[in-house]
Design a protein around this ligand. Structure first.
Ligand code: LLP
Length: 429
């Protein structure tokens, strides 16, 4: 990507800035985010939505991919909505001054406290996962003397081909209401009869890191058909169709995601055709990309400590971070491209295992990784770490979380400070 390059010192550059200099200035491990690329991605999705739905639609950023005040502000400035799934993400959005009417509150087990917070802060839409939650929102809303706009999360029964842990459209999923067994229609029946809620639309999300367009087309069709059924049953047109996120990104050369604009175009064709057949107006279409907005914009920088060559077995390159800042290899065997930032112009001549510093054999960032000559003190860069890295980071072994730096127009700025040892003890009594 043009976000990354190599300068005349042979160093990796991120958004035009020398990665080795960034590592020196801010320390390692360090998350570097290319703000200009994040904005470019926001605009591309927004333009597609505007083009294919005549400006009647919304791209919401799925903040779970990377949530902090700075990224909420970027999403706001770019005219996006925001998908939040917890009081923590909601609080971040509130503190960033994000307009609450553009917030969609998701989650399969929102607590009464979280729902109360959402109602009090004026969250625009709550995406209801199950019947118990519907009852809860109904009673909280009535007690507060208000009406809450809701969507139902539907399991469209689509099996997207991605890692088992991040597939969510099939019937055996903890998320949402199934169509097949009548659960979804039962929820609609209850909502229609209930005071305190207004059923505004439907939502589905079939999984993450999906490369094919076909499962998205299928999901859109299933959803419009169900909207048609509701229309015939109640004479009521649901206004919003939220189709979730899940668009794959390129982590390594062999990854081949579809173009997002082609996805948007093909899905909009399905929606226009099916709405015609069902006699429905075109709904207000919402999408929720997370990974595809921030993933490619992130680079993690580490300092190499020891290099342990085990003859005829493998070479371990140990870094000053690991599964605490990037658990994705440990969790999903996720593939990453990496390189030695201070030797970025040199050819990749060896195959190594990059290991973290946790007391855990599975604490690996990558196995069989091709990289340049590497030794103690070198800066190792792991690419495309902008999504689900910082947001999934932990303090295992009481390792402080790294800071986040944004680079834009040739300048860098700290947006999340490095955790201190004091921070780690803040809640200890
Ligand atoms: N909407 C809903 C309801 C979701 O559950 C998700 C992701 C998204 C949108 C955004 O999906 P995206 O565009 O980022 O694929 N931790 C895993 C990914 C889990 C995704 C969870 N839900 C990973 O590191 O790959």
């Amino acid at each position: 990507s043009k976000s990354l390059d190599v300068n005349n010192l042979g160093h990796l550059t991120v958004g035009g800035l020398d990665a080795v200099a960034l590592a020196e200035r801010y320390g390692t491990p360090l998350y570097v985010m290319d703000e200009d690329l994040i904005r470019e991605n926001c605009r591309a999705f927004k333009q597609s939505i505007d083009r294919y739905y005549d400006g009647r639609g919304l791209c919401t950023y799925a903040s779970k991919a990377f949530c902090c005040k700075a990224v909420c502000r970027i999403a706001q400035e770019e005219g996006l909505g925001l998908d939040v799934v917890s009081s923590g993400e909601l609080y971040t959005a509130l503190q960033a001054g994000f307009p609450m009417e553009r917030v969609y509150f998701h989650g399969n087990n929102k607590t009464p406290a979280e729902l109360t917070m959402a109602l009090e802060s004026g969250v625009g839409q709550i995406v209801v996962d199950n019947l118990e939650e519907l009852q809860l929102i109904g009673s909280l809303s009535r007690a507060a003397g208000r009406e809450t706009d809701i969507l139902f999360r539907i399991k469209p029964g689509i099996d997207a081909h991605t890692h088992d842990f991040i597939r969510t459209g099939q019937i055996d999923s903890k998320f949402g209401l199934a169509l097949e067994n009548g659960e979804a229609m039962e929820a609609v029946d209850e909502a229609m009869a209930m005071k305190g809620v207004r059923l505004k639309g439907l939502h589905c999300h079939i999984g993450s890191q999906i490369f094919d367009i076909a499962p998205f087309e299928l999901a859109a069709e299933v959803m419009i058909r169900f909207m048609g059924e509701i229309q015939r049953r109640y004479g009521k047109t649901l206004e919003i169709l939220d189709l979730g996120g899940g668009f794959g990104i390129k982590y390594v050369d062999s990854d081949n995601p579809s173009s997002y604009d082609e996805y948007m175009q093909r899905v909009s064709k399905v929606i226009h055709r099916c709405c015609g057949e069902e006699g429905l107006p075109i709904p207000y279409v919402v999408i929720e990309p997370g990974r595809s907005i921030v993933g490619p914009a992130g680079t993690t920088l580490y300092t190499v400590g020891s290099v342990k060559e085990i003859k005829n077995v493998r070479t371990y390159v140990a870094i000053d971070g690991g599964m605490t800042d990037n658990p994705r290899y440990a969790l999903y065997q996720a593939a990453y491209d990496l390189l030695v930032a201070n030797r970025a112009a040199e050819p990749k001549t060896q195959t190594v295992t990059v290991a973290g510093k946790c007391c855990e054999s599975g604490d690996l960032i990558q196995e069989n990784a091709r990289i340049q000559e590497v030794g103690p003190g070198d800066i190792l860069a792991v690419l495309a770490t902008g999504a689900y890295n910082y947001s999934m980071a932990s303090n295992y072994n009481r390792i402080p979380r790294p800071p986040v730096v944004m680079v834009s127009q040739g300048e860098s700025r700290l947006v999340v400070r490095r955790e201190s040892l004091e921070d780690l003890l803040r809640n200890d009594l």
